[in-house]
Design a protein around this ligand. Structure first.
Ligand code: GDP
Ligand code: MG
Ligand code: ZN
Length: 329
């Protein structure tokens, strides 16, 4: 039989297949091959055992989810204040994993600041991301929100307190996720860490509610690859005078020459991410591991490969997941 993993709990895998759910374990062979199963994976199973994992169309390593149709990034226009840099970070991560992006700006009832709305549109609309301004509380644009969620498996991400759970509740009145005020959250310092799970909101809307990508630093890729995560830079990337141009202060840089075409918020985020990637490169150099070794294209991005036996530390990082992915290939 075939189905999709919607929840994983220690050694148990929960599968949805033709509107039925099944609890399965994983076959020894698969375990030995060290194949990790993600929520969202399509699998074959038989008699309570998963026998095969279908190739993924995409995935995010942490939280481990696969076969996502879109990442919906939720921000609030107020409470908490809209943080463009954080938003650009989420966007760049989703770009890195090659997953379509939609932007939702919630709590629109709290702001009568048209300038902010104009600014959001002027920055993000030209990039081609669909935008909705919602109020889960007052019911603004919830139909539009529902429309972008239809017939898709969406990963909903965004800072705590922006209204993700409230938006999910608004999609289906029968749903009653717990929502908490921002102050309640900070008081208790809670991070409502739950297992990530595919929620079926109704027949045609499925959602994974997560705080987002757990490592939001760009400390796993080379500086030269950061610009590719910015859609608006892509057309210029091969036209700089120097091939290794990082578009910071170089001569003949076509991004700097056209800087007025880009929003200052976006360019500032770029500089910040570049800094993180540079720190990563320094660290790699310092550890004496091969930096230049093998370049390989994954999802159209270049990643540096480091030999397995030179890896350090036990904590799994995005970086390691990336290496894992390269090795699997
Ligand atoms: N004013 C206003 N408050 C909202 C809106 N959406 C959510 N909230 C409130 O913001 C707080 C956080 O919401 P919640 O859904 O738990 O956010 P999450 O952490 O992103 O899941 C709660 O007190 C909600 O009642 C909205 O559209 N307008
Ligand atoms: Mg929530
Ligand atoms: Zn340049």
């Amino acid at each position: 039989m075939q189905g999709q993993i919607y929840k994983i709990h220690s050694d148990f895998y929960y599968i949805r297949s033709n509107n039925e759910t099944y609890e399965c374990k994983i076959r020894e062979v698969l375990k030995k091959q060290n194949k990790k199963i993600y929520v969202g994976d399509f699998v074959e199973f038989d008699n309570g055992y998963i026998t095969e994992i279908t190739d993924r169309k995409n995935y995010i390593p942490r939280p481990s989810v696969a076969n996502i149709d879109q990442v919906v990034i939720v921000s609030a226009v107020k409470e908490p204040e809209l943080d463009f840099n954080q938003l650009n970070r989420y966007i760049a991560f989703a770009e890195y994993y090659n997953i379509p992006i939609k932007l939702c700006f919630n709590k629109n009832d709290l702001s009568s600041d048209d300038k902010l709305i104009e600014k959001v549109f002027s920055i993000y609309e030209p990039l081609g991301y669909d935008i909705v301004f919602t109020s889960a509380l007052e019911g603004f644009e919830l139909e539009e929100f529902k429309e972008i969620m239809k017939n898709k498996l969406s990963v909903l991400c965004g800072q705590s307190g922006v209204g993700k759970s409230s938006l999910i509740n608004s999609l289906n009145p029968e749903f009653d996720l717990r929502t908490k005020s921002v102050s309640e959250k900070t008081l208790r310092g809670t991070h409502t860490t739950r297992h990530c799970e595919i929620m079926t909101i109704d027949n045609d809307i499925t959602i994974i509610d997560t705080p987002g990508f757990s490592n939001l630093k760009f400390d796993f890729l080379l500086p030269i690859d950061v610009a590719k995560l910015f859609r608006e830079f892509r057309p210029y990337l091969n036209t700089c005078k120097y091939q290794d141009c990082l578009h910071i202060h170089e001569d003949g840089c076509s991004i700097l020459d056209n800087i007025e075409n880009f929003s200052s918020e976006r360019y500032e985020s770029y500089l910040e991410f570049i800094k993180e990637a540079k720190e990563y490169k320094e660290r790699v150099k310092y550890q004496g591991v091969k930096t230049e070794s093998r370049f390989k294209n994954t999802h159209n991005k270049t990643a540096v490969k480091i030999s397995v036996n030179k890896r350090q530390g036990s904590r799994r990082t995005l970086k390691q997941d990336l290496y894992k992915e390269l090795e699997d290939e």
